[in-house]
Design a binder for this molecule. Sequence first.
Ligand SMILES: [Zn+2]
Length: 209
Amino acid sequence: MIEKNSLARSFAGLARTAEKNKASIAISKEPLENPPLQIHTLGNQVLRRPARRISKVDESIRELVKDMLRSMYSAKGIGLAAPQVGIDKQLLVIDLDLENPTNPPLVLINPEIITTSASLETYEEGCLSIPEVYLDVLRPSSIKISFRDEMGRPKKMNVDGLMGRCIQHEIDHLNGVLFVDRVTNKTDLDIALKEHGFRSEDVHSLQKK
Ligand SMILES: [Zn+2]
């Protein structure tokens, strides 16, 4: 038979565990007039710097996550990587449902792609660092990733569709790669960049010459 006190203690323990497992990042998705972080654009060298791994997921990382989310929501983006705000940490945030205030964002810390599908698909991509430029990019249609969440818990996930696409795009940012580096149609690329005031010289094409 369980003693009353120990029962109370175990309930308290359960409540603490539930509290710890709850999504810790809950912030408003309303755009702010003065977002906390500035998003850098194509041509700025911070975007080309490979990001460093995060050794400890603590409160300061969660504060950074919140500021990144506030900046992403203010720019009406669905994904943002730390290098885009000039921070060389392997951290990215994603939210595919900006209209739904209760849909929790996805936070990926030190994400790694473990496997990629053989099948590829073309999808039109855009980027908060290259505003208004939208171009087709070919990538694996599904991937398996490992990462840590905002509480530092190790996780694995299979992703495809828009989520798979978005995660691959954001992981590229952590390696200093931008989606325009992967665009194969050079004519479309040059036209779109010029139209929006960007320079073709700032693209580091990954295509074989
Ligand atoms: Zn981007």
